[in-house]
Design a protein around this ligand. Sequence first.
Ligand code: TYD
Length: 224
Amino acid sequence: MRSVIPGGLLLAIEGIDGCGKSSIALSLAQYCGEHGVRCVVSKEPTSVGPGAELRKSAATGRLSLEQEYSYFLADRSAHVERTIRPALAEGSIVLLDRYYWSTAAYQGIRGMDPLAILADNERFAPRPHGVLLLDLTPEAGLTLIRKRGDVPNTFEALNDLMRIREVFLHVHASTTYGHIIDATVPLRDVQTAALHIFLSIARQAAGASAEAEREFFQIPKAVE
Ligand code: TYD
């Protein structure tokens, strides 16, 4: 596997529960794999330390906002040091299934200022080159969760999801590196849109070295 972007690329995939983040991360990783390009897919909350505690709390009862917030930050900080920075240092493309926009949205609706949450995170977590915000209504998201055979967890009441979606859109409007993708269309079309945006972000990050890797950075004919 080779690197096509010196310094690596950090891309976060965000959206409400059921929007299809994992499938999109997988399809982008597959594109990288097919081109022999180094790529790491990771997920927050992680499954170790405070991340594991947070996952447990989704089933057994929410923590207080203060506790929850500090656990998400501690989990992210460890994730940044253990996985994200080392992968970027070796020139990998790093695809994150949730990152700090999720904190802004999910903890934001519990009463914190979403933009202050971004600022807290940017003190220790690298800003992504791009965020793909998979946007759909909470009703559509819950339908997709149930279709997968999953049961929505306690983070996912419909009214909350509506507010979470609003905060995601607000964060998108307040920053310059996010891209909204309509996630209500068939998965194949969401994948195509995500690939287009991913490649244009990657091309920009690669700068002059994109010339030598035309085959990777060109939008494949089949999906145009
Ligand atoms: P997870 O089980 O990974 O769900 P999904 O597959 O939908 O991503 O979910 C973790 C839950 O944690 C999800 O409902 C969103 C929430 N979350 C926060 O509240 N704050 C955060 O900073 C992050 C990363 C996730």
